[in-house]
Design a protein around this ligand. Structure first.
Ligand code: GLO
Ligand code: MG
Ligand code: MG
Length: 412
């Protein structure tokens, strides 16, 4: 094959995207509560070992592109759109005004706001640092984000305490740090109660997000379960206002089963918000787009959420790879992520109504006949043949994933 002239490369990308099976229309995509972070598509590819590979883009462009593609909701960190030094000034109000204009021009809504508490030097010792000035500043920042959320019409506020931990053991007092961290969440909820009244709106849903490692070496709240323990610890003043924003990859990173983590959150009534992406166990936070690594597991996650009536946001918290250009972010990365999610969601519906899975599941619940609970061997014998259905269900899920239930066969 001859080298591809630069001016023909976009057309090639577009043609191969089309040939890959087309896409859902923006109208169809808008039926789902899919939310698009400012920081995901504006990510320039930088990291500890990486220089940026893409050029900066404005929130106006991001909002316009989400709208064009059919992602109906936008969300942001405070400092994604307002430089730290401009917060609390008239420049903040000016930017919030411009965001409102941009959202309404493109028929978009703001779903969620979040405070950056990990990047700026002020958070070097976390937002729950020993120095009370840092904590007071953190409370101001959290309350300010809640205020921005009300101004933009958001329903959710997310907290990822990336720097809550340590590099060297014994450097911080864990119990005290956690108390201080809870104080921050309490301050945000308190501010929310007042602001909601002022804006005549319901209070926001405050969602805690855990990650097992990065950027600290050791993390005080590494898993969604740790976050649940904090919510129910008695340290959180308004536990009804606080729930979880689990992230698929963050649960996988520590070796957990994301579906089981989500199940525990559902049982506690705390699955408020969900960051969707993909990646590998026991690796760093690679934030690959949904379904590119673990499609079978993703299918199962969505079966769980569909069968429990989860109706919160699916937030595209992923990073377009460094090999994708600025053009590719909106031509390939974002629409393909959205469409894989929708396909998996629809397939999860097919799993729920699949007659084979249904009959197998019902039979397992009915159990085998002839057991005598006083005789352990009779229980084993009664269920022996029935239990092969577990693996049969696994195989059927694979078949649904490859489309066997819709005509793909093994015959050649
Ligand atoms: C980083 C987190 C981050 C959060 C965001 C929202 O690993 O996933 O992207 O989701 O800061 O608070
Ligand atoms: Mg996240
Ligand atoms: Mg992540």
């Amino acid at each position: 094959m001859n080298p591809i002239p630069q001016e023909k490369q976009r057309a090639l990308v577009d043609r191969l995207m089309q040939a890959s099976g087309g896409s859902y229309s923006p109208e169809v995509r808008r039926r789902y509560f899919i939310t698009g972070p400012q920081w995901a598509v504006a990510y320039e590819g930088q990291a500890v070992f990486h220089a940026p590979v893409r050029s900066p883009i404005t929130f106006e462009k991001v909002i316009e592109e989400y709208s064009r593609i059919g992602v109906g909701y936008w969300c942001t960190h405070d400092t994604d759109v307002i430089p730290t030094n401009d917060l609390f000034t008239s420049k903040q109000d000016e930017t919030v005004g411009r965001i409102k204009t941009s959202l309404s021009k493109h028929g978009m809504k703001c779903s969620m706001v979040t405070t950056e508490t990990f990047h700026h030097p002020v958070w070097a010792a976390s937002s729950a640092a020993e120095a009370s000035d840092v904590r007071e500043y953190a409370n101001r920042r959290l309350s300010n984000t809640v205020s921005i959320g009300h101004q933009l019409g958001a329903q959710y506020c997310v907290y990822w305490p990336g720097t809550l931990g340590y590099y060297t053991q014994g450097a911080i007092d864990e119990t005290q740090t956690l108390r201080w961290y809870a104080d921050g969440i309490n301050a945000a909820c308190q501010a929310d109660i007042e602001l909601a009244q002022k804006h005549q709106r319901p209070t926001l849903k405050h969602c805690l997000e855990a990650k097992p490692f990065e950027p600290q070496a050791e993390i005080l709240l590494p898993t969604s379960d740790a976050m649940l323990a904090l919510i129910f610890s008695g340290l959180i003043k308004y536990p009804d206002m606080v729930g979880l924003n689990p992230e698929y990859l963050h649960e996988l990173m520590w070796g957990g089963a994301p579906r089981a983590s989500l199940a525990r959150a559902l049982l506690c009534g705390k699955l408020f918000h969900f960051d969707i992406n993909d990646g590998y166990r026991l690796k760093h936070d690679v934030d690959i787009a949904v379904g590119l690594v673990n499609p079978l597991d993703w299918l199962n996650v969505l079966v769980l959420l569909r069968s429990h009536g989860y109706n919160g946001p699916f937030n595209l918290d992923y990073k377009p790879p460094r090999t994708t250009s600025n053009y590719g972010v909106f031509a390939v990365s974002l629409p393909s992520a959205v469409d894989r999610f929708i396909t998996l969601w629809e397939m999860a519906g097919e799993v729920q109504s699949d007659p084979i899975i249904k009959e197998a599941t019902d039979a397992l619940k009915a159990g085998g006949a002839g057991a005598n609970v006083a005789d352990v061997n009779s229980i084993v014998e009664a269920n022996k043949e029935l239990l092969s259905l577990h693996e049969l269900i696994g195989n059927r899920l694979f078949q649904i994933l490859i489309g066997a239930h819709r005509g793909r066969t093994y015959s050649l």
